[in-house]
Design a binder for this molecule. Structure first.
Ligand SMILES: NC(=O)c1ccc[n+]([C@@H]2O[C@H](COP(=O)([O-])OP(=O)(O)OC[C@H]3O[C@@H](n4cnc5c(N)ncnc54)[C@H](OP(=O)(O)O)[C@@H]3O)[C@@H](O)[C@H]2O)c1
Length: 437
């Protein structure tokens, strides 16, 4: 049997401790599958005394993950610290430069420095595997990078943040407000004490930027993403969506268009009957559309110790099975040096259907004025519905418009015009409609 694969794990928190535990519990199976043992020979975290629920005394302890990356007797450096700078970045870079394979779950690091790290990995002839960085346990990286060779991707979109999907699912199921739902999610441990990063779409954007690069062979452009979170979604939106045959999801979408690539993260209406609309709670899903395969949808657990560990261990097992001298798949599907610059399509040219909810004074002429602003901007309407705005006031009405395909620029201009007309009593709500099977 080949020599054991020696693994060093930096970061022994939720994911790191789970990886160590599964490697121990599944040692026999992994040995049979990989044709060699996988042994944890080095570990690093901040606190050497902390009980991590697993005996790691056989592994050499390092206070400094960079030193471990440079000096430990390891073949694979597994980075599970987190963060886009500091010890995570320095240790991954050091490990690659020392000619060691790297496995990481760190989307923030890859979104910011992925291309540079991929260049080092490819120059050194080592693997930089990161399956767990996007959609946790779902094997989307391997699917896009290896299983879909030759396919040209036209669009990739998904539910990439479990916290947002959990909040939207409960808002719809229980009719509770965003604030009440978020508070409960925090109490139950489904949302962080500071939920901004998840709720406002940053986490989804990091993951989307990696998928965009894989899909279109472009450099990662995490700062070039149109982003809106879910904090202004109300019960009125969710109810109106339901009445119209839609469900609201926070999607990350990357799409090739004539003017460049759209990368956008925002609340989206998807048809209630579509497959992605059936993805509830903390579950993640990624849909990939290509010229050869058509549409593929993967769904499953996007976070959590065991689910994430499953992806990390898959990456380690790939390294255990790789043969010396065998050409590795490029980190982002194309050689890092050949990734093209990202050409952003302007959001104003985005084409699609729109849901517009307006709260207006209940007086004559308002309906006609709204219809005129729409017509002036060449927006054709699929439906326009007028409702009482709520029992609390007789003085206002809600108008809900659903457009046929139009452009973002036209919708923004029409809504600006309606606002100027002085008929609105509240901020207008605009939600994009996404085509989904
Ligand atoms: N949790 C998930 O469900 C999930 C899902 C997908 C991806 N990820 C990614 O996986 C990574 C780890 O996440 P996590 O949830 O496991 O984080 P975590 O529970 O906060 O664990 C972080 C670990 O890093 C260690 N650490 C922090 N600073 C260090 C330093 N300077 N030197 C050495 N060790 C250091 C900590 O040590 P101490 O324990 O001693 O404090 C801790 O063990 C992140 O990149 C995250 O984005 C997580």
């Amino acid at each position: 049997m080949a020599e054991a694969l020696r693994v060093g794990i930096a970061g022994l928190g939720t994911v790191g401790a789970s990886v160590a535990r599964v490697l121990r519990d599944k040692a026999d199976v992994l040995t049979r599958q990989c044709g060699r043992d996988i042994v944890v020979t080095a570990v690093s975290a901040r606190d050497p005394k902390r009980d991590r629920g697993i005996d790691l005394s056989a592994a050499k302890w390092f206070d400094d993950p960079v030193k471990m990356a440079e000096k430990a007797d390891i073949d694979v450096f597994v980075e599970l610290i987190g963060g886009d700078e500091g010890p995570a970045r320095l240790s991954v870079k050091a490990a690659l430069e020392a000619g060691r394979h790297v496995v990481t779950a760190n989307k923030a690091l890859l979104a910011k420095h992925g291309v540079q790290l991929a260049e080092i990995a490819e120059k050194k002839g080592v693997l930089l595997n990161y399956e767990a960085a996007v959609a946790g346990g779902i094997p989307v990286i391997k699917t896009m990078r290896e299983a879909m060779a030759g396919n040209a991707v036209t669009r990739v979109f998904g539910i990439l943040n479990g916290t947002c999907n959990y909040v939207l699912t409960r808002m719809e199921a229980e009719g509770i407000s965003f604030d009440a739902c978020l508070k409960d999610a925090q109490r139950l441990g489904y949302a962080e004490a500071d939920p901004t990063f998840d709720i406002e779409g940053h986490d989804t954007a990091h993951k989307l930027s990696i998928l965009t690069s894989l899909a279109f062979g472009t450099k990662i452009a995490a700062n070039d993403i149109y982003m809106e979170g879910i904090s202004n979604i109300t019960q009125a939106d969710i109810r109106a969506a339901g009445d119209l045959g839609y469900r609201i999801k926070l999607l990350g979408v990357a799409q090739r268009t004539d003017s460049g690539i759209e990368q956008r993260v925002h609340p989206t209406m998807v048809p209630t009957a579509s497959v992605i609309a059936q993805v509830h709670g903390v579950i993640n899903a990624v849909a990939i559309e290509t010229d050869i395969l058509g549409e593929l949808l993967l769904s499953g657990p996007g976070a959590g110790g065991n689910a994430t560990a499953s992806a990390v261990i898959g990456d380690i097992a790939d390294i255990a099975k790789s043969r010396p001298g065998f050409q590795h798949a490029p980190v982002f599907g194309w050689p890092a040096k050949e990734l093209k610059p990202y050409k952003r399509a302007r959001m104003r040219s985005h084409a699609g259907g729109y849901f517009i909810r307006l709260t207006v004074h209940d007086r004559t002429g308002v309906f006609a004025a709204i219809a005129k602003r729409m017509a002036d901007n060449d927006i054709s309407l699929e439906s326009i519905v007028q409702q009482a705005a709520g029992a609390e006031t007789q003085a206002q009405k809600t108008v809900i418009l659903v457009t046929h395909e139009t452009t973002e620029a036209a919708v923004r201009k029409a809504v600006e015009g309606i606002t100027k007309d002085g008929h609105l009593t509240d901020k207008p709500q605009v939600i994009r409609i996404e085509r989904a099977e």
